[in-house]
Write a protein that binds this ligand. Sequence first.
Ligand code: 13P
Ligand code: 13P
Ligand code: MG
Ligand code: MG
Ligand code: MG
Length: 370
Amino acid sequence: EKVSVSLIKADVGGIPGHSTVHPKLKEKASECLAEAKEKGLLVDYRVLHVGDDLQLLMSHRKGIDSEEIHKLAWETFEAATKIAKELKLHGAGQDLLSDAFSGNIKGMGPGIAEMEFTERGSETLVAFMMDKTEPGSFNFPIYKIFADPFNTAGLIIDPLLIDGFIFEVWNIKERKRIFLKCPEDLYLLLSLIGAKSKYVIKRVFPKDSSPLPKDEPAVVVSTEKLFFIAEKYVGKDDPVALVRAQSGLPALGEVLEPFSVPYLVSGWMRGSHNGPLMPVSFKDAQCTRFDGPPRVIAAGFQISHGNFIGPIDLFDDPAFDLSRKKALELADYLRVQGPFEPHRLPPEEMEYTTLPGVLKKLETRFEELE
Ligand code: 13P
Ligand code: 13P
Ligand code: MG
Ligand code: MG
Ligand code: MG
């Protein structure tokens, strides 16, 4: 029994500023998806949010890149935008960069993570959603979960995991991809994905030795870059990922373990700063301090005949308190440096922000040196 899960998200307006999503937008989105479930297009759905990003989690039988599913998501975001405009929410329709839907939502602004797979006897799924950061922010945890035995005990003690996994990595600037096998290609993988603004893990697959179907991913990450579509700064490409767990894949606790450290990501205020990624509960999924710090939520499910059993709010747990506390200490420490790098992003990354407009104003004031 194959099931498809699509997690499609967009910022269609924040309240106040870029901090969170108004409940009316979530209500509208739920209405649209309920109707689609009624009609039989969706098996099930959940509407969630992190920061100012509205998240549509949908299960269906249509496979990935389904025109019907993408159209449903697009029209749902349009309906929510209409309310955002009435309420004059900040940046109403921010991530909808096109006027008309034409078959696929890719390249139109929303972020997309979708996968089709054979539902196992027990199908554990975690949907991760981040705000105030970018797709490369998933490189570190996905590497840890699927390639680092110091994170994932199963990589050395589970016969189903000992052979490792295959990583599909995209060069998002030149639009190329490469498949790397771990552990064989471990160092090559790290040489690429440490440069997280350019190389992004897109999917992870089981190896030939795995009893799981080889063409069905265990992970998929949204890799959309708004700047490349809009050609100007329209906010950050706040990413999402779907990660399957257990029974031939890392255990749930191995999937969550990397977030015990608030590692540094780029984004935060005006998409222009490095800051700690703070794992938070759904209740704390709003961005306040300096429009952050960047946050991640984790919604845990068991899937039963395509239905979402859950969500469980996985970071709503004192086990992640220390990570949050460290994130706040790091936030204090970095904020002191104000506009100075490495708190502010390096020049290559600032090209995708609003800074070039300021530099342009200075052009005529520069004098040539001898
Ligand atoms: P339980 O005995 O609680 O099911 O734990 C099994 C396990 O392997 C946890 O990692
Ligand atoms: P969003 O991408 O979450 O809208 O963030 C934009 C921003 O500039 C926050 O300071
Ligand atoms: Mg916003
Ligand atoms: Mg956002
Ligand atoms: Mg954004």
